[in-house]
Design a protein around this ligand. Structure first.
Ligand code: NAD
Length: 480
C-alpha cells in the first residue's frame, strides 16, 4: 500500500501524530494508499521551515528562481505518464484527460510563472519637476495555499508557482481526497534542487490542516480554491487578522444559446462544457438556456449526443466520462437529481448511478444527466451540484435570459453562443460573471485575469494579477 508523506523542510515525513487517513480510488472504490492525518503541529513545523528559508529565497534573484521552477516544469513533463496515471487513480477522471489537460497544465503553470517574473516590471509616477515615485514589489513572506480535488495538481500548482516565483515561501495543502500528485510533486521539487523549506506540503483534513494554515499568525497571505462555504469559514478567520486573501469559490454557470449561433459548434462544445471531468469543473455550464426557435432542435440533438456518451473505466480511451470523486460526492449529486424530480423536473437522459462491470463494479459513476421543465429560481437551478447534471430551458428575450443568468448568488463564468457581435458585446457587459466565453468554452490564456464575482470569489488569479497578489507594493517618493 502506497504511503503518501508530508514534504517539510525538504524532507518526506509522516505526520507528527503518526496518524493516517485512507485514500480511495474512486473508479474501484478501494483504499489504495494512506496519507498523513496532519494537524496544527505539522503546520507549525512547516511554517517555521518556511520562515527559515524565506530570507535566502526572497533575495535569490529572479533568474535563480526561474531556473528552478523551469526544472520542476521539465520534470513534470518528463514524468507525464506517471503523473497522469496517479491523477486518474486518485480522482477517477479519464486517463486521457489527465494526460491531455491536468498534467500538461501543471507543468505550464510553473513554466508560465518562471518566465513571467523575468518580464514583470513595476510602475513609476513622475510628478513634473517635483517628485518621482516608484513602486517596489516585495514578496510577502509565507503564503498559505489550499486547493480542492477537482483539478488536483492543476489548481495546486496554479497557486504555488506564482507564490514561489515572486520569492515567497509556501505552506500548501492539497485536498485530502486527491493528495497523490502533490506528493509526487514533492519528490520532483527535491530532484529539481528547490531549497529546503521553500515549499512545504502538509497533507490532511481541512478542519485541521486547512484551518491551522488559515489561522496561523505567521502566514499573512492565503490563496484558496474550493467551496463557497469553506471560503466563508476561511475568511471569517483570516479577515480579522488582516490577511491578504484570494478566494476562488463555487459557480452555477449559465450557457446561453441564441438561434443565430453556429449550431454544430455550440452543440459539440456544450456537450463538453456540461460534462468534462464529470461536470466537476468550476467553469462547467450547468444551466443551459436556449432561445425558443432553436430549443427543440437543440434539445433533441443534445440529449441524443449525451445519451451516447460512454461512462466507463477511466483507463479506457473510449470512456468519455469516468468516476466522480467519492462515494459521498456521488450521493450528493444523486440527491440533487431526486430534488430536481421533486421540483417538477423531467429527466431527459441519465438520472442515475452508472454501473461499470469488471474492476470498476464498486466504483462511483453517474450517467450524464439532462433535466428540463424546471423554473429558473428553483433550488436545482440555484445551487451548485458540481457533477454530471445540467438543466435546459427555453427563453424568448435577451432581458429574460439575462435575468435568469444573473439570478444565482454565484458569478464565475458564462458562455454565450451567437453570431451577432453587437449582442455578444452587450450581453458580455451585462452578465454578472468574472469570465465570459463567446462561441467557445475553456479557451484559456494564462495571462488573463481568472476569478469570479458575488459568492464565486474575491480577487483574481492568473497572469500578472497573481504576481501582484503575492507581492506587497511599496511606494517610494523622491523629491526632485
Ligand atoms: P472544499 O471547500 O470542501 O475543500 C477545498 C480545500 O479546502 C480542501 O483542501 C479542504 O481540505 C480545505 N478545507 C476544508 N475545510 C477547511 C477549513 N475549515 N479551513 C481551511 N481549509 C479547509 O472544496 P472541494 O469539495 O474540495 O472542491 C469543490 C469546490 O471547489 C466547488 O465548490 C467548486 O466550485 C470549487 N472550485 C472553484 C474553483 C474556482 O476557480 N473558482 C476551481 C475549482 C473548484
Amino acid at each position: 500500500m502506497q504511503q503518501i508523506k508530508n514534504y517539510i523542510n525538504g524532507q518526506l515525513l509522516d505526520s507528527v501524530s503518526g496518524k493516517k487517513l485512507e485514500n480511495c480510488n474512486p473508479a474501484t472504490g478501494e483504499v489504495y494508499s494512506f496519507l498523513p492525518d496532519s494537524n496544527e503541529k505539522d503546520v507549525e513545523i512547516a511554517v517555521q521551515s518556511a520562515l527559515q528559508a524565506f530570507p535566502a529565497w526572497s533575495v535569490a534573484g529572479i533568474e535563480k528562481r526561474s531556473n528552478i521552477l523551469l526544472k520542476i516544469a521539465d520534470l513534470i513533463e518528463q514524468n507525464l505518464e506517471k503523473f497522469a496515471l496517479a491523477e486518474t487513480n486518485d480522482n477517477g477522471k479519464p486517463l486521457w484527460l489527465s494526460r491531455k489537460v491536468d498534467i500538461p497544465r501543471a507543468s505550464s503553470n510553473f513554466r508560465f510563472y518562471a518566465t513571467a517574473i523575468l518580464h514583470h516590471s513595476t510602475e513609476t509616477h513622475y510628478l513634473e519637476n517635483n517628485a518621482l515615485n516608484y513602486t517596489l514589489r516585495s514578496p510577502i513572506g509565507v503564503a498559505g495555499c489550499i486547493s480542492p480535488w477537482n483539478l488536483p495538481l492543476y489548481l495546486f500548482t496554479w497557486k504555488i508557482a506564482p507564490a514561489l516565483a515572486t520569492g515567497n515561501c509556501v505552506v500548501a495543502k492539497p485536498s485530502e481526497i486527491t493528495p497523490m500528485t502533490a506528493f509526487l510533486l514533492s519528490e520532483i521539487c527535491i530532484e529539481a534542487g528547490l531549497p529546503a523549506g521553500v515549499l512545504n506540503i502538509v497533507h490532511g483534513l481541512g478542519h485541521k490542516v486547512g484551518a491551522a494554515i488559515s489561522g496561523h499568525p505567521q502566514i499573512p497571505v492565503i490563496s484558496f480554491t474550493g467551496g463557497t462555504s469553506t471560503g466563508a469559514q476561511i475568511a471569517s478567520v483570516a479577515a480579522p487578522m488582516f490577511k491578504k486573501m484570494s478566494l476562488e469559490l463555487g459557480g452555477k454557470n449559465p450557457n446561453i444559446l441564441f438561434s443565430d449561433c453556429n449550431f454544430e459548434a455550440a452543440l459539440n462544445t456544450t456537450v463538453q462544457s456540461s460534462f468534462a471531468n464529470q461536470g466537476q469543473i468550476c467553469l462547467c455550464g450547468s444551466r443551459i438556456f436556449v432561445e425558443r426557435p432553436l430549443y427543440e432542435k437543440f434539445k433533441n440533438a443534445f440529449v441524443q449526443k449525451v445519451s451516447e456518451m460512454q461512462v466507463g473505466d477511466p483507463l479506457l480511451e473510449e470512456s468519455k466520462l469516468a468516476a466522480v470523486v467519492s462515494k459521498q460526492h456521488m450521493e450528493k449529486v444523486l440527491s440533487y437529481i431526486e430534488l430536481a424530480k421533486q421540483e417538477g423536473g423531467n429527466v431527459l437522459c441519465g438520472g442515475r448511478q452508472a454501473s461499470v462491470a469488471g474492476r470498476c463494479e464498486k466504483g462511483w459513476f453517474i450517467k450524464p444527466t439532462v433535466i428540463e421543465g424546471l423554473p429558473f429560481n428553483c433550488r436545482t437551478n440555484q445551487e451548485e451540484i458540481f457533477g454530471p447534471v445540467v438543466t435546459i430551458m427555453p427563453f424568448d428575450t435577451e432581458e429574460e435570459v439575462l435575468m435568469y443568468a444573473n439570478s444565482t448568488k454565484y458569478g464565475l463564468a458564462a458562455t454565450l453562443w451567437t453570431n451577432n457581435l453587437t449582442r455578444a458585446h452587450r450581453m458580455a457587459e451585462k452578465l454578472h460573471s468574472g469570465i465570459v466565453w463567446i462561441n467557445c468554452w475553456l479557451l484559456r490564456d494564462l495571462r488573463t485575469p481568472f476569478g469570479g464575482v458575488k459568492n464565486s470569489g474575491v480577487g483574481r488569479e492568473g497572469g500578472f494579477e497573481a504576481l501582484e497578489f503575492f507581492t506587497e507594493p511599496k511606494n517610494v517618493c523622491i523629491k526632485l
